[in-house]
Every structure is written in C-alpha cells, then in structure tokens.
Design a protein around this ligand. Structure first.
Ligand SMILES: Nc1nc2c(c(=O)[nH]1)N[C@H]1C(S)=C(S)[C@@H](COP(=O)(O)OP(=O)(O)OC[C@H]3O[C@@H](n4cnc5c(=O)[nH]c(N)nc54)[C@H](O)[C@@H]3O)O[C@H]1N2
Ligand SMILES: Nc1nc2c(c(=O)[nH]1)N[C@H]1C(S)=C(S)[C@@H](COP(=O)(O)OP(=O)(O)OC[C@H]3O[C@@H](n4cnc5c(=O)[nH]c(N)nc54)[C@H](O)[C@@H]3O)O[C@H]1N2
Ligand code: SF4
Ligand SMILES: [Mo]
Length: 800
C-alpha cells in the first residue's frame, strides 16, 4: 500500500520465536519492520505476547551478530581477539575442523548442540540439522531433551508407545475437552495458542485441574488447584488414581481391553506370566490373564491382540495360584498390583507427602471422572526432576484410567498433512547410533533416540568417557545458562578442540567458540511449516513464511548454513547439492501442495484432513492396531523397565535433593527451590530488548511473606540464594500463594540492556544471577538423566 511517498506492507506469516508459533502480520514501513500484529484468521493467531510484539527490537538490536568471526586468541584469554572473516573462510575452516575430528576420532567425537525449538525459531531448521548430524555420522544431539522434552517425547512411550504433546503425537483436544488437566504447565506464558484455547474451553464450561506449586493464571481459574510440593508429583498421581479406583470412578472397560492391566505377573520373578510357563510347547511371547467366567488361565496373543477363547472375560483384579511347569506360582494381575500400589497413597498420606489437602485429592479424582473426556498436558514442572521418568509414568497411568486416550476431547493424534520425513534417520548406521554418549549408563534414556544430556557431553569432553568428544557444532543453545554445573561446563567448552557456533548474539556460551556464525532472525528468513500442532485446523495449515526484511549484515538462516556446510563436508548428495527449494519440494511431495501455491498464498494453504478417534481400535491386518508397546497395550506395568533394573510400576520416589531424602542438607538449606519461565523472556534470551526489560528489569525470586519475614527480607530487597552448589543474587518478590517452605527462582539472566541502563550479570560468579550455578549434576534421574532444576534445597538471606 502506498500513501504519498510512504509504503506500508502487511505481510502474513507467523511469529516463530517460541513453541506457540502464533499467526501474525508483519507491518513493514518504507522497508523497515515496525510492528508485529496478531492474525486472527490464522489458527494460532488470536493473540501475540509481548515478546512477539517486540520482534522489531530483536531484528534491529545493536548487538546482533552480523558477520562471521574467528577467534585469534586462546580460549580462557579474556579477549578472544575476534576477527571478522568472510563466509567462505568460515565455512571452509569449519568443514576442515570437523573433517579432521571425524578422521582422527570418529564422527561421534562431534556433538551437535541445538537450542530447543520450544524457545526459538530453530524449528525452521531442526530436521535439516538432524539430517546433517546423521549424514556426518554423529549420534550425539544435545538439545536440552533431559529438561524439556524427555517426558513428552520419550518417557510416555514406555506407557502408551507414543510421545504425548510433541509434533506427530497426541495433543490435548482442548476444543472438545470436558476436563483439562495441566500438570506443571503454564500455557498462559509458555504457549499462547494453548492459553487462548483453554480460556475458550472454560467459557463453554470445561472443567480445569491444575497441578502447580504456584498459583498461576489458570491455577486461579481452576476448579481444583493442587499446590503440590515440588517433585512429589508421583505420589499425587498415585493418590488421585487411588481414589478413582476405590470409588470405581475409572473406565473399567478401557483399562481391561486396552491396557496390560489384566495380564498376570509372577510374584517370584516379577515377570509377566507367559504361555511357556504353563506348557512345554507354549510361547514366551504370549501372555496369560485370568478368565473370570471359566475360572482358569487365559492366554493372550499380542500379535493378534486376542485372547485364546472368544467370549472369555479377562479379570482386572485378582490373585491366583497358577500351576506352572515348575509348580504353583502366586500371580496377581497388573491392575491388582497397580491398585495395591495406589492404596499406599490414601488422601491423608498424599496430604502429608505432597502438601495437598485431602478434599482436593478427592475433588480432583471426582472431576477427572465426572467431567471426562480429559485432555492433559504436562511439562517443565515434572520434566526437571530427579524422578522425572517415574512421575511421568505415574501421570500416564492416571490418564489411562480416564479412558480418554485418543477419544474426542481427550489427547488425540490429530492427522497431519502428509510430508516426507527429512530428518535423515536412514543416514546413520546402527553402529554409529550405538555410540550415543549416555547409552552405557542409561540404555532406556534419551540416548536411545540420539539425544544426549549436557552432563554426558561435559564428561565426554573432560574425561573422555564413554568416548572422547572434541568438537561441537552449536546452533544456538546457551549451555552455560541453561544447564547445571556451569563452571564444569565452562571448563568443558574451553577444552574443545574445535567449536563452531551459530547464533543471533554473542552469548556466554558462544564466547567459547572458535568460529561464530551470524544467524538471521526468523523475520529475515524464509521457512516452510507443515502443520501447527495444536488443533485439527492448525494441523491442516501449510505455510511458507516469507522474510519480512532482508537479513542484516551477513546473517544467514540456519537452514542455509546447514546446506552450505553439508556441501563443504562432501555431503551435498544428501542435501540436494545445497538447493533448499528442491529440498522443500521433496518435503512437500506427498502433500500435493506446491511451492508456487504457497508463494501465492502467504497466509498458507489448507489441506483438508479428517480427524479419526480411537485409532488404536481400528483393524489393521486382521487385528486391532493397538499400541506400539511389547504387549500392544498401554503398559501400566513395564517389563522393559524391570529388565533394566527399574521399577516396573511407578512407585513414588522422593526428589534426591529434598528435605526427606537429605535431612542433613535440609538443616542448612531449609527451603525447597524450584523455578519457572519468565513471561517477558524466552529462557536465556531477550533481556536486551528494551520494551521487555523495562517490565522486568531484575532477576527475581518468589517467596512467601512468612519466609521473608523470618529472614528480615522485604519485597524488592536484594537477597542471596545459596545451595550446596553455589550462590547468586536476586530480588525478593513476595508471593502469598506459595507454600511457605517453597521458593521459586528464574534462570537465564546474563544480558544487559544498555538502552535502559539495565545491567549484565556475571554468568559465573556469586554477584551474578545465573540460577543454574545453584544446581548440580550429581543427583539425577537414573533413567533419563533429568536434572532437578525444579526440586532442590536452598537458603535465602538478605544481601548486604
Ligand atoms: N514466555 C516464555 N514462554 C516460553 C518459554 C520461556 O522461557 N518464556 N520457554 C519455552 C520452553 S523451552 C518451554 S520448555 C515451555 C515450558 O512451559 P512450562 O512448562 O509451562 O514452563 P514453566 O512456567 O517453567 O513451568 C510450568 C509450571 O511448573 C511449575 N512447577 C515448578 N515446580 C514444579 C513441580 O515440582 N511440580 C509441578 N507440578 N509443577 C512445578 C511452575 O510453577 C510453573 O508454573 O515454555 C516455552 N515458552
Ligand atoms: N533453571 C532452569 N534451567 C533451565 C530451564 C528452567 O526452566 N530452569 N529450562 C530448560 C529448558 S526447558 C530449555 S528448553 C533450555 C533452553 O536453553 P536453550 O536451548 O539454550 O535456549 P535459550 O536460552 O532460549 O537460547 C539459546 C540461544 O539460542 C539462540 N537462538 C535463538 N533463536 C535462534 C535461531 O533461530 N537460530 C540459532 N542458531 N540460534 C538461536 C539465542 O540467541 C540464545 O543465545 O533451558 C533449560 N534450563
Ligand atoms: S507466544 Fe509470543 S513469542 Fe511465542 S510465538 Fe506467540 S507471539 Fe511469538
Ligand atoms: Mo524447554
């Protein structure tokens, strides 16, 4: 549009800055990006948050990296001696460095460290980065999986055979839910598109249950808010399940037909009873239930998902002496064992363990049943725990009781627009996959899927265990702000032979690289998005996001960097010889949507999709599809866990750094420390954007007025937070809704905002505010390596 000599352009697209990916319109005046506005015609475009509205400040930020840089002075020197170089030299040096490491130490000696797609626009490029990593031959992706995605992506697979809540897996069907359950999840700040859908659901009468130690926005609106003691969530889930089972308020038919609840467990070995236990010719792959009608064992064949006798009635509860080939063995059904476990958590025990009133436990159990179907989402509150895996299992089992899995209004696998998978799983050999760092210690953990924990990376660099890591390719990821053991992390990154890092800003982590590459913001680069995850309507949208303005300086998209680097590494054949358009065409192939059509419709093209429910019951090759687990049922009981020495049922485990497990520490550090994301900023980013920093100038810690008064602390005072690991400073914010023994901090503070005179913070010392200096990597989840950023012990004092 031209008004006089002014040109105003309104460009549809979406804000890619976080997991919400809100539909938006960029306003460009005379070639300058001046504003980002919501696009209500987009399925995720109802609203934008302050971060999205600050997008122009991000694009034009004076400290953006604009040129490739080369270090000229040794690491550890206070002056890195950054020298500006051209892209050709930067990519050449990078390819040479990586090839040398691959030749001398194997490609597994290079870790690919990537910012989480939940906090950034790396979603644009993640599949291509994974493709590069696999084509290169490294199985070591460091992407904060142990803190952010383990529960949603992998831990739930041990129960449902699928992730829950990440792209390509079931999502809460908020539009149709009768009851919404948010467990350690605060979408009001974390995912705006979920927040608007939840607000709409509440308006039409959906019920809401929130489990959170803090009274978040939705906790304030909930029918039941369960103020759980940090890290005791497993006991709470078992306790709610106990009430549901005790009252018969659960979906008995679903549990009987679609979980492994009816299968018998041998009391002597803990194994599922098999047909081979019963008779010489019996199969070890067929299991045994109890036929309630006939009063005798009943063989179950997981391949056909059928019991041996039609019309038989598998009993859910019960204990039976079974005549095996080697004599009688007492057996109980899985569900009997689960119900017994739950009975150890009656409301009064839950009250004592979790700090949640009995009435509320009962109330939650009632709502989850009466107001079903239940749609749920669990996130950071339960991911960053030393008992994360079993908490997530306990919640998964509770959810199974509701029978809402893949039911309308439950958690539904929405259909997706067909597209080619380009993440390159086929490009890495099984031999290389087996070199993922964490596999020897945690064979069921993230490394099974080529995701490694940061602690594993630090150890492999510093101690060469289980093998040496000498190189790193960083696409964002601010490891030294995002992860525990900060000082060890700094030592590790300093010790790398070769580290290349692509970023928007020179973060404290980037500062330790040999080569730094400038990345374009999402508003300066094109990207293809196939489906927006949160609803069927959102899933049907394919959009080619246009760049709003040209990249500043020499900044390039991560995708461009990946394709160019691939060619330099001799991997061009896997990357369409560097031609991104052809790669997009390949990706879009199965969808039937052309790149031309997408260019013509910048608001996106909708591909009609039909949502089907309860797909587990659909017939496939003569049997119901079932679930992708060993028993083809939802696994309340996990034999896989048993085989690896972990409890097959998710009994409650105390947080490893907590008042109950470490009374010795609790005497000196009497407060329970948790943390939460910041409304104004994503993780360790955005502190330099004036409009955001003005609203939140200082790092804060929330504490109860009573805890504050006891320490002579008033609102706004600077305090120190101290743990056995370290000490930092923050400003006290009083919060009456907390349990008085719980405090809640913030992570990610390092960057200054000179425009408003707001300071930087030392990431490595006690005068700074790097929360993760407070957390160690010693006490972690044995299965996943998750680190307890959400349940630790600390002391707070007034700062002098
Ligand atoms: N504004 C903003 N949005 C973001 C991000 C951001 O940094 N800022 N980050 C993005 C990323 S990477 C992610 S992973 C998502 C995360 O999104 P969320 O998981 O919603 O993030 P949080 O607010 O950190 O944590 C959710 C809640 O967990 C609670 N909590 C703390 N300890 C416990 C506990 O022991 N048990 C339970 N049940 N709850 C607990 C906190 O009080 C908090 O309200 O958000 C994404 N979106
Ligand atoms: N105490 C505590 N620690 C936590 C958490 C917590 O809640 N509490 N949350 C954890 C979680 S859930 C996560 S996901 C991690 C997050 O940790 P990280 O994944 O490291 O995420 P950020 O700190 O948001 O950003 C890291 C860097 O990515 C850069 N960046 C942003 N966008 C892009 C892009 O498009 N391309 C490239 N190349 N770079 C980009 C930013 O400039 C920044 O320097 O932190 C974890 N650490
Ligand atoms: S919630 Fe905010 S930062 Fe995230 S995509 Fe939406 S507007 Fe962007
Ligand atoms: Mo995250």
């Amino acid at each position: 549009m031209f008004t006089g000599s002014q040109s105003i352009e309104r460009i549809p697209g979406y804000c890619a800055l976080c997991v919400s990916r809100c539909g938006s319109i960029a306003v460009v005046e005379n070639g300058k990006f001046v504003a980002l506005e919501p696009d209500p015609s987009h399925p995720t475009g109802q609203a934008l948050c302050a971060k999205g509205r600050a997008a122009p400040e991000l694009v034009y930020h004076p400290e953006r990296l604009l040129h490739p840089l080369k270090r000229t002075r040794p690491k550890g020197d206070p002056d890195p001696g950054w020298q500006r170089i051209g892209w050709d030299e930067a990519l050449g040096l990078t390819a040479a460095g990586l090839r040398r490491l691959a030749a001398q130490h194997g490609p597994e000696s290079v870790v690919f460290s990537v910012v989480s797609p939940s906090t950034s626009a790396i979603d644009d490029s993640l599949a291509w980065i994974q493709r590069l990593m696999r084509a290169f031959g490294s199985p070591n992706l460091s992407i904060a999986m142990e803190l952010c995605g383990w529960g949603r992506t992998f831990a739930t697979r041990y129960t449902y055979g699928t992730g829950m809540g990440v792209p390509g897996t079931p999502m809460p069907d908020l539009e149709n839910a009768g009851c919404i359950l948010f467990w350690g999840y605060n979408p009001s700040l974390a995912r705006l598109s979920h927040a608007t859908a939840t607000a709409a659901a509440i308006r039409r009468g959906a019920r809401l249950v929130v489990v959170d130690p803090r009274r978040t926005g939705f906790a304030g609106k909930a029918d039941v808010w369960l103020r759980v003691r940090p890290g005791s969530d497993g006991a709470l889930a078992l306790g709610i399940a106990n009430v549901m089972i005790g009252r018969g308020g659960y979906d008995r038919a679903f549990v009987r037909d679609w979980t492994n609840g009816p299968l018998l467990v041998r009391s002597d070995t803990g194994r599922l009873l098999t047909e081979s236990d019963l008779s010489p010719g019996g199969s070890a792959r067929r299991y045994v239930a109890w036929d309630a009608k006939a009063g005798c064992p009943l063989v179950y064949d997981p391949a056909l998902q059928r019991y041996e006798r039609d019309g038989a009635e598998a009993a859910l509860l019960g204990e039976h002496e079974i005549a095996t080939q080697r004599g009688g063995v007492a057996c109980r059904t899985v569900f009997e064992l689960y119900a017994q476990l739950c009975r150890r958590y009656p409301p009064e025990v839950v009250e004592a363990l979790c700090g949640v009133g009995r009435d509320q436990v009962e109330g939650a159990a009632r709502i989850l049943w009466d107001a079903r179907p239940v749609a749920y989402y669990a996130w950071s509150g339960v991911e960053q725990q030393s008992n994360a895996t079993q908490i997530i299992r306990a919640i998964s089992l509770l959810y199974a009781l509701t029978g809402s899995f893949d039911a309308q209004g439950g958690n539904v696998l929405f259909p997706g627009v067909p597209a080619a998978n380009v993440a390159g799983e086929e490009l890495i050999s099984a031999g290389q996959r087996a070199r993922a760092l964490g596999l020897p210690e945690r064979p069921l953990g993230p490394s099974r899927w080529e995701s490694v924990t940061t602690d594993e990376v630090y150890r492999a660099i510093l101690e060469q265990r289980p093998h040496a890591v000498r190189g790193m390719v960083g696409f964002g990821a601010n490891l030294l702000l995002a992860h525990a053991d900060v000082l060890r992390g700094r030592a590790a990154l300093t010790a790398l032979d070769f580290y290349v890092h692509a970023d928007l800003f020179m973060s404290p982590t980037a500062e330790l690289a040999d080569i730094v590459l400038p990345v374009a913001t999402p508003f300066e680069r094109e990207s293809l998005k196939i489906g927006f995850d949160v609803s069927p309507a959102a899933q049907s949208l394919v959009q080619l996001r246009r760049p709003v303005v040209e990249p500043r300086g020499e900044a390039r998209s991560d995708t461009r960097i990946v394709f160019d680097l691939a060619c330099r590494l001799g991997l061009g054949a896997h990357f369409w010889e560097g031609d991104i358009e052809t790669a997009y065409r390949h990706q879009l192939g199965p969808s039937g949507v052309s790149l031309e059509a997408l260019r013509e419709s910048p608001s996106g093209v909708r591909v009609p999709l039909q949502t089907r429910y309860r797909k587990y019951a659909e017939q496939e090759e003569g049997a119901p599809r079932g679930f992708a687990t060993p028993t083809r049922k939802i696994e309340l009981y996990s034999e896989v866990f048993l085989e690896h020495g972990y409890p097959p049922l998710p009994g409650h485990e105390e947080p490893l750094v907590g008042p109950r497990s470490r009374p010795d520490l609790a005497a000196r550090y009497p407060l329970i420390l948790t943390c939460a994301k910041h409304t104004q900023f994503c993780e360790s980013q955005h502190r330099g954007l004036p409009s955001l920093r003005r609203r939140a100038p200082d790092p804060e810690v929330e504490l109860h007025p009573a805890a504050a008064a006891e320490r002579g602390v008033r609102a706004g005072d600077w305090v120190t937070i101290e743990t056995p690991e370290g000490r930092i400073r923050a400003r006290a914010r009083l919060n009456e809704s907390l349990e008085p023994g719980v405090v809640c901090g913030q992570h990610g503070w390092w960057q200054a905002c000179p425009e408003i005179g707001a300071p930087a913070y030392d990431p490595f010392g006690p005068q700074g505010a790097n929360f993760n200096l407070l957390i160690g990597n010693a006490a972690i989840d044995p299965i996943s390596g998750s680190v307890p950023h959400r349940a630790y012990l600390c002391q707070i004092r007034r700062a002098d």
